[in-house]
Design a protein around this ligand. Structure first.
Ligand code: GLU
Length: 494
């Protein structure tokens, strides 16, 4: 394992389980994961559930499932365990309480007894918390503490001066201390806030690089001061740019269906929505890695292992990026095209089953290769190739507007289809190449254009206007089934 001067490389993803796994969070996690893998380090999942009102039970499993689906392995976490657990903050309360009180003892923090009314008054005055309990003389503080257990612990932020820190993506950043309040570290219910909890954990879990969303940059000076007050060596920090809505306006919305792409369609933002929409995990990862970071050489398609070899946090572009969702569609098509056939068939099977088809695996395995250049998402398989799996009892002859080719009516269509049957029967070799040659001859013989004959056959056997190539389709359907479908179409023209 390569190590930094902060010890072995260890990064973490620290979601608050307040809603289903959002793609913006995954993108932040991915950058931390890539960095850890690049350096042979470790990647940790830590659940930050200290906001009890907003935490939703059951989400931890969903978060872990999202990583499993993407194929991003986690070294330590609630499911994996590890030497620095538990990895769920609500199970580590003692630790935060100990350090909060330690900060009070050392004079870096103080107990604040402000009541709800006092706080409301301060809010009305519009001045924020006025630090009224910050400099109580020790006797008064003791008296108050003996009367009330109802206090919070606040950090004593320096009132003047500046705080600077180094961000791996943005370089040196400097803040005026007076901009910051005396932030709450420990709430009256004994739960810590994010500001204290993540520092205590990042220290105890030996995190070497904190990778988190740029929304935390304004609190960066506060965190630097807390690290200093605790006397711990700070890790490196990288504040990652966030995803914006596709139109570039505002942070990518969290909830499904809340916003639309430029063309008015709604776009996926939750991991489950990517799964439901039929995207491949590798395509999603490639897509996300490419936002705010680039592989170089103008390459858009690369594998995760190729990205690991090149990834560096210092190369991340600090600017937030509009969500280029249209690219994912294209990328996904590319990944489907180059996918291993068995893998693809395995992904298509549940999609077809979900649409009610009884899937014959041997047939699916033959269909998958001819679909590869045609599918943009897995779900496209239903419209493109569901007919391969249609039970005979459900199969109906196509409507005439599908069946009739250019300049053809019912009589002409019937003539072509009827003439096709003996051609099929006569072919000992039913390969698509042989069919092509035979039907070309037939077209010539009966005086129709190739397109008219091939089109009528396509419509008859698939029931649709767009499908995989006609003769490859018939080759897979086999002679008997092809003829049966053609006869059904003929009969419908009686
Ligand atoms: N729980 C924080 C959040 O979900 C984590 C931020 C961090 O990575 O430090 O935003």
């Amino acid at each position: 394992m390569s190590s930094s001067d902060r010890g072995p490389v260890r990064t973490r993803y620290a979601p608050s389980p307040t809603g289903p796994q959002h793609i913006g969070g995954i993108r932040s996690a991915l950058f931390g994961w890539l960095f850890a893998r690049r350096h042979g380090g470790q990647f940790i999942l830590r659940i930050e559930d200290t906001d009890r009102k907003r935490s939703v039970p059951g989400l931890i499993e969903m978060i872990q499932d999202a990583f499993d689906w993407l194929g991003l392995d986690i070294d330590e976490g609630p499911r994996q365990g590890g030497p620095f657990g538990p990895y769920i903050q609500s199970q580590r309360l003692d630790l935060y309480q100990t350090w909060a009180h330690w900060l009070v003892e050392k004079g870096h923090a103080y107990k604040c007894f402000a009541t709800a009314e006092e706080l409301a008054q301060m809010r009305e005055a519009g001045s924020g918390y006025d630090r009224r309990y910050r400099d109580l003389d020790p006797a008064a503080a003791k008296r108050l503490a003996s009367r009330s257990q109802d206090y919070v612990i606040r950090f004593k932020m320096p009132l003047t001066g500046k705080t600077s820190g180094y961000d791996m993506i943005r370089g040196e950043v400097t803040f005026d201390n007076e901009q910051l309040q005396d932030t709450v570290l420990l709430k009256s219910d004994g739960f810590p806030t994010y500001h204290l909890a993540h520092i205590v954990d990042d220290h105890h879990m030996k995190i070497s690089h904190i990778t988190r969303a740029v929304e935390w940059l304004p609190s960066f000076p506060l965190h630097l001061k807390i690290w200093e007050a605790l006397g711990w060596q700070k890790p490196y920090f990288a504040h990652l740019p966030v995803l914006l809505n596709p139109n570039g306006k505002g942070k990518l919305s969290k909830r499904k269906g809340r916003f639309a792409a430029a063309d008015g369609t709604s776009v996926p933002v939750l991991v489950q929505e990517f799964i439901d929409a039929g995207y491949l995990p590798a395509a999603v990862l490639n897509f996300l890695t490419n936002i705010g970071w680039n592989f170089g050489d103008d390459r858009e398609i690369f594998s995760l292992s190729e990205a690991i070899e090149r990834f560096d946090l210092t190369d991340v572009n600090p600017a937030n990026s509009a969500y280029p969702i249209a690219k994912l569609h294209w990328l996904n098509g590319q990944y489907i095209q180059s996918a291993d056939v068995d893998y693809l068939a395995g992904l298509l099977k549940p999609v077809l089953q979900g649409a009610g088809y009884a899937v014959d695996e041997a047939r699916l395995r033959r269909v998958a290769p001819i679909l590869q250049v045609r599918l943009k998402t897995l779900n496209d398989v239903i419209a493109m190739a569901g007919f391969f799996f249609e039970e005979w009892s459900c199969f109906t002859a196509p409507a005439t507007e599908i069946l009739f080719q250019k300049k053809m009516d019912g009589r002409a269509t019937r003539q072509v289809l009827e003439a096709s049957i003996p051609v099929i029967e006569s072919l000992a070799d039913f390969s698509h190449e042989r069919q092509y040659a035979a039907f070309k001859d037939l077209a010539k013989k009966i005086g129709y254009k190739n397109g008219q004959v091939f089109g009528a056959l396509r419509a008859a056997v698939t029931g649709q206007r767009v499908s995989p190539p006609t003769f490859e389709t018939m080759e897979i359907l086999g002679k008997a089934e092809s003829i049966r479908r053609i006869k059904l179409a003929c009969d419908s023209l009686e």
